[in-house]
Design a protein around this ligand. Structure first.
Ligand code: TXA
Ligand code: MG
Length: 374
């Protein structure tokens, strides 16, 4: 018998009632893990003050111990001073510019889909930060998660409630599909409103922002608000000699099981697409594959129709009925569409590359690019 095997559970999906929240609280206080709804994606929560619980989070996700966790705080925390008083951060290690900019970000965007990377305080275990000197902190706006945090009056460590490298869950059922049997309880808070993970931001000593992960708080919103971005690290991908500032930036992530091909319709002829797909699937010209498609722009609909008509033997299954041209809806639906396409009997998922730099389109493209590098 493997003594280190995690315990197995009959996973309960509980409604977000007083009773459900009380049950979650008891489980958490006894060191167990509970999946919770947030406005971005569901989180796998555990008490951040217990090293054993933190280790259990890594184990349950199959996550390498080198990839740090986000600490979630309740809404009574309104500033860096509050975070410092709770021992979560050490503001003495921040420059005046970084301090002032980080405080502005908190005032403007918390609670919400923004995670800040700050100097770690005395109350934060190095297990949570993967041995690093910084801690990721977020204040979710989800009312159910907030109720739970307030009733505990303790911060919770919570990564996304998926198995490592897989698609983040945006519903209680998604969590069940990922972690059923591995955790005792999932609180059902409905479908996540944002649908993509939080934006992860570090503020440099000059008060410029470094975006470590694009996400629910769009870059163009921050630019319009007058925040400056540091140029040096923004575009450089992680490499062996470049420290991995956010392991979420790893090139492969959010992977469906089926091959996913990301294409830009105007730049590719239907004939080229045919050979690309045949190559990706290692099939011959005579095969008749089933293709799941996810489109984003109505301007391309004609191109798609032409493509379908050129390959009449192939089966085309569309998964994009409601998302065309709307970045907020596209972000909200993206992961569940990818899951649905992955569950279908299609051989390949073919996705149109969103082009716009506005709103949540860059974050949608970021997730798709990683998903396509299987
Ligand atoms: O929206 C979200 O952020 C969700 C919900 C549940 O809150 N959480 C989430 O957690 O996406 P996770 O663990 O899946 O992603 C956290 C990201 C990872 O890319 C991790 O590498 C990065 O934040 N991160 C955590 N601590 C860090 C640190 N100290 N420095 C740099 N990056 C850090
Ligand atoms: Mg994650």
């Amino acid at each position: 018998m493997n003594l280190h095997a995690p315990p197995r559970f009959t996973t309960e999906i509980a409604p977000p009632t007083e009773e459900g929240i009380a049950k979650a609280k008891d489980l958490l206080l006894s060191g167990q893990l509970v999946a919770v709804p947030t406005e971005t994606v569901y989180g796998l929560a555990g008490l951040s003050e217990q090293d054993q619980t933190l280790r259990h989070i890594f184990e349950t996700k199959g996550r390498p111990q080198t990839n740090p966790l986000i600490i979630h705080v309740h809404k009574k925390i309104r500033s860096l001073d509050d975070l410092s008083d709770s021992g979560i951060i050490n503001q003495k290690l921040m420059s005046q510019d970084a301090f002032s900019v980080a405080n502005q970000l908190i005032q403007l965007y918390w609670p919400g889909p923004l995670t800040l990377i700050l100097p770690k305080g005395r109350a934060i275990s190095s297990v949570a930060t993967a041995g690093g000197e910084t801690v990721a902190v977020r204040q979710s706006s989800h009312p159910i998660f907030q109720k739970l945090l307030i009733s505990l009056d303790k911060p919770l460590a919570a990564p996304s409630a998926n198995r490592t490298n897989r698609i983040s869950p945006t519903s209680a059922q998604d969590v069940f599909d990922e972690l059923g049997g591995k955790i005792p309880l999932i609180i059902d808070g409905g479908t996540c409103a944002v649908g993509l993970e939080s934006t992860v931001i570090q503020v440099d000593a000059n008060g410029s922002l470094i975006e470590l992960r694009s996400g629910g708080l769009p870059t163009d919103v921050l630019l319009r608000q007058g925040f400056r971005f540091s140029k040096s690290i923004l575009k450089s991908p992680p490499s062996e000699n470049h420290p991995l500032l956010a392991p979420g930036q790893l090139p492969i992530h959010y992977s469906p099981e089926k091959p996913l091909l990301l294409i830009f319709p105007p730049e590719i002829t239907p004939q080229n697409l045919k050979s690309l797909i045949e190559k990706k699937l290692s099939i011959s010209i005579t095969s008749k594959p089933k293709i799941a498609t996810i489109r984003f722009h109505s301007e391309m609909v004609e191109w798609w129709e032409k493509t379908h008509s050129l390959m009449p033997q192939w089966t085309w299954i569309n998964f994009d009925a409601s998302i065309l041209n709307d970045p907020l809806v596209a972000a909200k639906e993206l992961f569940s569409l990818m899951r649905a396409a992955d569950r279908s009997d299609a051989d390949l998922i073919l996705v149109e590359r969103p082009l716009s730099k506005a709103s949540l389109w860059p974050a949608v493209l970021d997730r798709l690019s990683r998903a396509s590098r299987q």
